[in-house]
Design a protein around this ligand. Structure first.
Ligand code: XMP
Length: 513
């Protein structure tokens, strides 16, 4: 494993992902972890991430004692580079001029990381402090106009530092620099591949579950589908997947779970048709948070009943519950146990602890893109693997006003058209999410054929985003928008107006409710 020491502000996650793109397993650890604890993980290499602090600030994170004496090849990036320099007797200075964004480095003595690369190359910088003198024993490998020590190395001790961000795509040769550090500097082998990940995870699940039984709640989303498929490979018919059809999914999605997923995996599926129950519970409710609470509550009740039924009819003991927890959730919640519950308030798939199951979380070490690749490896259909994020409460929070069966059907049709046209335009992977929102309580006058209509507007809300924390409205091509608008107003009788939401997040959120 490669340890990525997190000095804050999520830089570490990107580095960890890039290391894995080099087919080397990586793990994020807090900067407060002691050198002994790190060594206990038997790392092949350590990378110190960037971070927002200045080494001179009070309380700024520091390298743990002895970190640079472990003998493990270590690369410091940005703040990590400065921490390394300062700890080993170099100097870090504060510059009047910050360097943010694109910069150009010039090679001095190229050294291991930069050897053979162009004399001048574009890199991504984001700093004010800089290393003004490298520690003794280090050679300076690169500089910019503003930064005298943009790169430094002490090959004998296996210590490397770069001021720029090799993990950012704007750094021309960034991946090359990382690869050199990992393969040549640290002797890592590119063994972390999807085939290995799948095999190892399957083995691991087998060990954990043994001959006992497990259940898994499928939501229609990527994570639970991949987790379910993987556990199915591991323990076959000892697994039962439960799918609660709450009637708030998009067109074709329930069938995707009930037919395509089952066909691809051969899983035992227990479907609960709870559409009526959810509609009744949501009757007349317009407040978004109340809708969420009701949907969450009903989901848990229905799932519990289903779980009891599965338990009742199975011969072995059902002891395990499969969850699709991903690595970012684990990291963001401090990596401790119980991490699975952190986001449950935001996720209808979140289940109460008193269900008395032991969790099986086969995706706990994986990033989203790896989960998708794993899903492909496991033979899941592309529509499931590449599905965009979709909120647990589903279309329930995309109908502004009370939820009724009729309104759901209208929205499902409009939404299906928008998705179809987006796919046809080849934009699925560029667009993070594309909510279509029915303004059910708003009516607008239109003219269709020769007659006056009094229908409803729908809002198109295509957004681009990295992580849903912030988002920008997507500039969909006019012809795509036009096609969607024409088709929706022609094909969905109740809708006579299509509008586009051009609000970023913040101040807007992605969903309307
Ligand atoms: P907002 O609307 O807050 O959404 O910008 C951010 C991301 O979260 C999704 N979302 C939800 N997911 N339960 C969920 O599982 C919810 O109640 C919920 N509300 C919003 C939203 O689709 C976006 O990806």
């Amino acid at each position: 494993t490669v340890l990525v020491v997190d000095f804050g502000a999520q830089y570490a996650q990107l580095i960890a992902r890039r290391v894995r793109e080099c087919h080397v397993f990586s793990e994020i650890v807090p900067s407060t972890m002691s050198a002994e604890e790190m060594l206990a993980k038997k790392p092949k290499a350590i990378i110190l991430s960037g971070g927002p602090a200045s080494v001179y600030e009070e309380g700024a994170p520091v390298a743990s004692d002895g970190l640079f004496d472990t003998g493990v090849p270590t690369l410091g990036i940005c703040y990590g580079h400065q921490v390394m320099a300062q700890a080993l007797g170099g100097t870090v200075a504060n510059s009047e001029v910050a360097e943010y964004g694109g910069a150009e480095i010039a090679l001095a003595t190229p050294g291991l990381l930069l050897e053979g690369l162009p004399e001048r190359q574009k890199v991504w910088m984001s700093h004010r402090d800089y290393v003004s003198a490298a520690p003794e024993g280090f050679t300076v490998t690169a500089s910019t106009d503003v930064t005298p020590v943009a790169g430094m190395e002490d090959r004998e001790r296996g210590l490397y530092g770069v001021q720029f961000h090799p993990e950012v795509l704007h750094t021309e040769h960034g991946m090359e620099v990382l690869r050199r550090f990992l393969y040549e500097g640290a002797g890592c082998r590119p063994g972390w591949t999807m085939v290995n990940i799948a095999e190892e995870s399957i083995e691991e699940v087998r060990r954990q579950v043994g001959t006992k039984r497990a259940i898994c709640a499928l939501s229609g989303g990527v994570d639970s589908a991949v987790a379910g498929a993987l556990v199915q490979r591991a323990i076959g018919s000892q697994l039962t997947c439960v799918f609660v059809d709450h009637g708030l999914l998009r067109k074709g999605e329930a069938e995707q779970v009930e037919k395509d997923f089952v066909a691809a995996t051969g899983v035992n599926l227990h479907v609960v048709d709870a559409q009526e129950r959810f509609l009744t519970a949501l009757d007349g409710v317009t407040d978004p948070e109340t809708k969420r609470k009701i949907i969450g509550r009903e989901f848990i009740r229905v799932f519990e009943e289903a779980a009891r039924e599965v338990v009742g009819t199975s011969d072995g003991e059902v002891e395990f519950l499969v969850q699709g927890t991903l690595y970012p959730d684990v990291v963001e919640s401090g990596g401790g146990t119980g991490a699975a519950n952190i986001k449950s308030h935001h996720n209808v798939g979140g289940l109460p602890e008193d269900l008395q199951f032991t969790l099986v979380e086969p995706l706990r070490t994986l990033f989203k893109d790896e989960v998708r690749a794993l899903g492909e490896q496991l033979g899941l259909p592309a529509e499931i693997v590449w599905r965009q994020p979709f909120p647990g409460p589903g279309l329930g929070i995309r109908i502004i006003g009370a939820v009724t069966r009729e309104r759901l059907d209208i929205l499902r049709e409009a939404d299906a058209i928008a998705r179809e046209e987006l796919t046809r335009a080849g934009l699925d992977r560029e667009i993070w999410q594309f909510p279509v929102v029915l303004l059910a309580d708003v009516r607008s006058v239109g003219v269709q054929g020769d007659g006056r209509t009094y229908g409803h507007p729908v809002v198109l809300r295509p957004v681009t985003s990295e992580d849903a924390m912030t988002a920008d409205w997507a500039r969909l091509p006019y012809d795509v928008l036009s096609k969607i608008s024409t088709r929706i107003t022609n094909e969905v009788r109740e809708i006579n107006r299509v509008v586009v939401d051009i609000t970023s997040k913040p101040p807007g959120t992605i969903e309307w409710e």
